[in-house]
Design a protein around this ligand. Structure first.
Ligand code: HEC
Length: 160
C-alpha cells in the first residue's frame, strides 16, 4: 500500500508546488507596472482627491518642492508663490518643464502678488520624476489640469 500512495502524494505535492510558482510569477507581473502607466491609470480612473493622495509625484513633491511651496501648495507670502488655482501650474507644460530645468528668478506675478525671489533648477531629476511631480501639482491643491508626459520632458530637456 505505502508504495502506491507515496508516489501519488508526491505528485500531488509537485502539482501544488507548480501551481504556487505560477501564481507567484503572475503576482510579479502585476507589481512591475511602470510608474508612468500607473500615473496614467490613476489620473484617468480615480476621483481627483484619491489620485492626489496616491500619485507617485507626491513623493517627488515632498522631497524637492514642499519646503518652499508647502504641503498644500499655498507657498509662503512674499517668498514662495502658491501652486493652486490661478498660479502658473495650469500653464503650458513646456513652460513648467523649462522652470524645472532652469529654475526661476526675477520679478513674477502670481494671483496678483509680486514675487522677486529665486527657485533653483531641478534638472537633476529624471524625465519621469519631473513628469510625475508636474502631473501631481496639476491634479492637486484644487487644480484639475492635463497630466505631463515624460516624453515631453525629454523633448524640452534636449531642446527639441
Ligand atoms: C528653494 C525654494 C523652492 C523650491 C525647492 C522649489 N521652488 Fe518653485 N518657486 C520658488 C520661487 C521662489 C518661485 C518664484 C521665483 C521668482 O520669484 O522669480 C517659484 C516658482 C515656481 C512656479 C511658477 C510660479 C507659480 O507659483 O505658479 C512653479 C510652477 C514651481 N515653482 C513649481 C515647483 C516645483 C514643482 C518644485 C519641486 C520640483 C519647486 N517649485 C521647488 C521656490 C522654490
Amino acid at each position: 500500500m505505502r508504495r502506491i500512495i507515496n508516489p501519488l502524494i508526491f505528485s500531488i505535492l509537485i502539482g501544488i508546488l507548480i501551481i504556487s510558482c505560477q501564481s507567484n510569477s503572475e503576482k510579479k507581473k502585476v507589481e512591475s507596472v511602470s510608474t508612468e502607466q500607473l500615473a496614467k491609470e490613476i489620473s484617468e480612473n480615480m476621483p481627483d482627491q484619491t489620485a492626489e493622495l496616491v500619485h507617485p509625484g507626491k513623493a517627488v513633491y515632498t522631497k524637492y518642492c514642499l519646503t518652499c511651496h508647502q504641503a498644500d501648495g499655498s507657498g509662503v507670502p512674499g517668498m514662495h508663490p502658491p501652486l493652486g488655482p490661478g498660479s502658473w501650474t495650469g500653464n503650458d507644460p513646456k513652460e513648467l518643464i523649462a522652470i524645472m530645468m532652469k529654475g526661476l528668478s526675477g520679478k513674477i506675478e502670481v494671483n496678483g502678488e509680486i514675487y522677486k525671489s529665486f527657485m533653483p533648477s531641478h534638472a537633476q531629476l529624471t524625465d519621469q520624476e519631473i513628469a510625475d511631480v508636474l502631473t501631481y501639482i496639476r491634479i492637486s491643491f484644487g487644480n484639475s489640469f492635463e497630466p505631463v508626459d515624460a516624453e515631453l520632458v525629454k523633448k524640452v530637456r534636449s531642446g527639441r
